[in-house]
Write a protein that binds this ligand. Structure first.
Ligand SMILES: *[C@@H]1O[C@H](CO)[C@@H](O)[C@H](O)[C@H]1NC(C)=O
Ligand SMILES: *[C@@H]1O[C@H](CO)[C@@H](O)[C@H](O)[C@H]1NC(C)=O
Ligand SMILES: *[C@@H]1O[C@H](CO)[C@@H](O)[C@H](O)[C@H]1NC(C)=O
Length: 429
């Protein structure tokens, strides 16, 4: 099945110009691009779970989100995940650049890519919002492996224990992974790091154990937030950057399809038009940038006051915006409301969804099509009998930063650049 979606990126030339969506030579609105979709096999990705995961990851307190318990909301049963075809490795000739598939899992809940550790290939989730690599291995009790393929250090001649080191990643109270740390040859898209450190959890929370599509995380945030003690370890990207043609990786995530991460090069074939180069504040360990204005549909730009900084996070499914942006957005959606018992913003599935533009840096904005804001069917309105949908756009609650996850990133071609550091945003080719 093939859908044609529309992406509009509005580039304004100065901060002031952003207060109105002016037509500039860089105005790309109305151009189309194609998104390949694969059949969903009846799987419905579970929005509230995706949102809870993100809230936990960033320790967000949702107690003071304004919302009501809606008595006529009846949630659907969560359906079981169906098989998603395995990603295949795509090795480039050059040793200094490499590309790897990013395969959508369960309706874009996450994207997984093949990673080779000591000769063993496992599907893992690349997470630009954390800085630990950890892999499910034979060190994990059988009860938590859930019949997945695990990495077996004893079968790798290049594995080394990092004696005395432990890692502990904790996303709030209920989601975690911890255990000893080892080193091995890690190869992604044909780019190799000889002594890459990674965690070998002896314990993970049920949320990780149940997610059998992913065998661990590859943190692509800044190494300053790596959790290994007594000595922090570098991420794969930090280790490999000096050997790359350019110290970058790029992300092209495709909704319900197979996109790509590429290391070491910015492929001019992958995007078109202007690339917005935005400076990054890495002091919190994230790919954090200024995003201080928003506009809904064709409307004017408004300032974002509660959380005017955002992070580009490939490891979060949804786009979580400053509370006032979420509130303003769903005011423009017929029947849109924040329902506490649905754990987020919901709307009748037949409502039309406007696009959302957010500033990226002081001089540019990116427009996310309304269709991307429709995460999944989530329940029934027992008054009207209508199907209710869950928003791909949700509030970032008490967080001091917005979290622009996959719902945002899927609309763009994104460059994560150590120079600066900076982020590049462009319309995908
Ligand atoms: C169900 O529909 C009624 C009537 O349109 C509306 O007032 C109510 O808020 C809706 N409830 C939900 C959960 O959407
Ligand atoms: C949202 O997606 C559901 C399927 O998941 C579809 O039935 C519905 O029509 C969509 N609604 C909008 C407004 O795009
Ligand atoms: C973006 O800006 C930074 C800092 O000014 C620079 O080092 C980097 O090369 C630029 N990136 C691109 C892709 O132009």
């Amino acid at each position: 099945m093939q859908f044609v979606l529309f992406l509009a990126m509005l580039f304004s030339l100065s901060f002031n110009a952003l207060s109105l969506p002016v037509d500039s030579p860089n105005h790309l609105q109305g151009r189309s691009f194609k998104v390949q979709r694969v059949k969903r096999d009846g799987y419905v990705s579970h929005g509230p779970t995706a949102l809870r995961k993100a809230y936990r990851k960033f320790g967000i307190d949702t107690a003071n989100l304004n919302g009501v318990d809606v008595s006529d909301f009846q949630p659907f049963e969560t359906k079981h995940a169906t098989h998603v075809k395995a990603a295949k490795e795509d090795v480039e000739d050059s040793e200094q650049t490499g590309a790897v598939d990013a395969t959508s899992v369960d309706g874009d809940v996450e994207f997984v890519s093949p990673v080779n550790i000591g000769g063993q290939t496992l599907d893992m989730n690349f997470d630009s919002g954390s800085a630990d690599m950890w892999v499910m291995s034979s060190r994990l009790p059988k009860s938590l492996r859930n019949s997945r393929t695990v990495y077996e250090p004893s079968k790798s001649s290049t594995f080394e224990e990092l004696k005395g080191s432990t890692f502990e990643i904790r996303y709030g109270d209920s989601s975690y992974a911890n255990g000893p740390v080892g080193k091995d040859v890690v190869s992604i898209g044909g780019i190799e790091v000889a002594g890459q450190a990674f965690g070998l959890p002896t314990d993970v929370s049920q949320t990780f154990a149940e997610d059998t599509k992913s065998n661990g995380l590859v943190g692509l945030g800044f190494s300053s937030i790596n959790t290994v003690t007594p000595e922090k370890q570098n991420t794969f990207f930090d280790n490999v950057a000096p050997n790359l043609d350019e110290p970058v990786f790029t992300a092209r995530l495709l909704s319900n399809g197979v996109g790509e991460y590429e290391f070491g090069t910015v492929d001019p074939e992958k995007y078109r038009g202007v690339m917005a180069n935005v400076s990054v504040d890495s002091s919190n360990g994230f790919w954090e940038f200024e995003s201080a204005q928003y506009a809904i549909g064709e409307g004017p730009f408004h300032p974002i006051t509660r959380a005017p900084q955002a992070i580009a996070d490939t490891g979060t499914s949804l786009m979580m915006v400053s509370p006032e942006v979420a509130e303003a957005y769903y005011k423009q959606v017929k029947g849109g409301l924040y329902a506490k018992n649905a754990n987020g913003y919901i709307f009748p599935c037949t409502s039309s969804l406007p696009s959302l533009s957010v500033a990226v840096g002081p001089g540019y904005s990116a427009t996310i099509p309304g269709s991307f804001m429709n995460w999944s069917e989530v329940g029934t309105n027992t008054t009207t009998g209508e199907t209710v949908c869950y928003g791909g756009l949700q509030s970032s609650g008490s967080s001091s930063m917005a979290i622009y996850g996959d719902v945002f990133l899927k609309a763009l071609f994104v460059v994560f650049d150590k120079r600066g550091p900076s982020l590049g945003f462009a319309a995908p080719a």
